[in-house]
Design a protein around this ligand. Sequence first.
Ligand code: PHE
Length: 540
Amino acid sequence: MEAVEKALLRALDSSPDGSVANSLAFASSNGLDHKALCGAIRSLAASELVVSKELAEQRWVLTAEAQSYVDQGSSPEVQVFRAVLESMPNGITLTGLRGKVGPVAAGVGFKQAMQHKWVSLLKQDKPKPQQDADAVAQKAEKEEAQGEGGKKKKKEPKAEPLILAQREEVEDACLNLLRRPDLLSAKDAQALKKRKLVAQEKTAYFSVSKGPKFALERKKEATDLTRDMILGDKPKWRDLGFKKYNFNAMAPVPQGGHLHPLLKVRAQFRKIFLRMGFEEMPTNRFVESSFWNFDALFQPQQHPARDAHDTFFLTNPRYSSSAAWPQDYLERVRRTHEEGGYGSLGYGYNWKLEEAEKNILRTHTTAVSSRMLYQLSKKCEEDGGKFTPTRYFSIDRVFRNESVDRTHLAEFHQCEGLVADRDLSLAHLIGTIEQFFRNIGIPDVKFKPAYNPYTEPSMEIFVYHPGLQKWLEIGNSGIFRPEMLRPMGLPEDVKVIAWGLSLERPTMILYGIDNIRDLFGHKVDLEMMRTNPICRIGLD
Ligand code: PHE
C-alpha cells in the first residue's frame, strides 16, 4: 500500500501539470495492481493530498480463445497458412489440417485464410478449384460427425479437396491486433468481437491531481480530539490536522432484533396455557380503577395494600367515572363490603364511591380476572342461567410502589390462571397448579396456607430450586370468595380456582440470574439481550 501511494505521489510531483490522467494506464505502465492503486487514491483523497475524479472506461479485453492465440504466438489463420505452406507442393486436405492445428483453429483459420486469399481449394474430381470455403468446411464437419462408419463408406479418399498455399509469406495482422486490444480501431474491434476474440468490459478508474494538502509524505492525521490536545497555552490541536469524516463510508450492518428472556418465557408459558385449554384475557389496561383492582375483589378500602406506600395512584386523571360501571353490581359490591350477604358478615364500614373511583396502575392481573368474571356472569345471565365452564389466563405488566432491591421491582409481570366451573374444590386447585408447574418444567411444588382478601382458602406456592437447594416462594393462589363472585351474579355452586405468579421469578431460575435488575429495567446489559439463549421448556 505504501509503495503504491509513494509511486503515485512521486508521479504527481514530477508530472508537468501535476496530474495523472488515467489510473489504469498508470497502473499498467508502472506494474501496479489497479485495485491497490484505487485504494491508495481514495485514502489520499480523503486526506486532501490528492483530488480525484472517478471515471469509467469501456475497454476491449481478450476472450480466453484469443488469449490462447496470443500465448501460442499466432492467429488461427496464420496457423492454417503455415500448415498449408508446409504441405506444398502437394497441398493438404481439411482432415489433415485439423490433425495439424486442431479443430477450432482449422475451422475459423481456414475460413479467414480463404478470405485473405492466402490459400485456395482444389477440387480433385472437378476442374473448378475455387469453391465456397464454408460449404467445404460444413461438409467435412458433417462427415466427421458420422464417425467411423461415415468414413468407411467414403471409398475414394482422394475425392476430398486439397488446400493449396497462394503465398510464400503472410503477415499476422490479427495477432498484432490482439496484442494491443487497448489500441483497437472501432472497425477492427467489431470484426474481432464478431469472431468472439474480444469482449467489452467496463472499468472504473480515476483521474488524479495534486490536492490542497499535497506532499510527498503523508502526515499522520488525528482522528479524535483528546483532552491532551486542548490543554495548555499552546494547544496541540492547532497544528495537528484532523482526518476528515467520511460521510460516504458504509456503516456496520445493524444487528437483527433480539427477544428479551421475559418475552421468550412468556411465549412458552402462553403456549403451555393454550395447550391446557386456557383462553387469554385482554390485558391492555395498565391504568385501572381501584374498583376493579380492589373493591370488586372484596378488598376493604382501608386495606394497607390500597395505601400510597404500596400502590401508584394517578394524579391525572385522578378518578374514573363510576357511571361507566354496572350500577346494580356496584350497589351489590357496596352492600357486601358494608354489611355482607351470601352468608358473610361483611366488613361493617362505610364504603365510599370516591375511593373506588381512584385511578391506579394495576397492582395485579387479578384486576383483569375480576372484569372477565363479571362478564362471564353477564353471559350466564343472558343464557338464562346456563353456565359455561371457562379457563382463562393472562401474562402482563403490573406495578407496585415498592423499594427496589435484588428481588423486587416497582414494575414487573404477572402470570395468572383461573378455572371457573361448578363444584370446584381445593383438590382441583392443587391438581391444576401441579399440572401447570409440571408443564413449565418444575415438578416439585409445595403449598402453604395464606391469606388473601379475595380467596378462601388461600395458598402460597413454593417450588424447589435445585441450584440454590431450597424452596422458593413463587406464587399465590386460592378459591375466589363468594363475597367476590356472588355480587357479580355467578350461580352459587360455580367456584373459581385461581393462581398467580411473577414472570420474573421463573425466568431468573431458568436463566440463572440472581439479581432482578439484571433481567428487567434500565440497568439491563444490552449484550445480554443479544446473547441470551433460546428458551424451550415444557412438553415439546
Ligand atoms: N393476585 C395475587 C398476587 O398478586 C395472586 C393471586 C391470583 C392469588 C389469583 C390468588 C388468586 O399475588
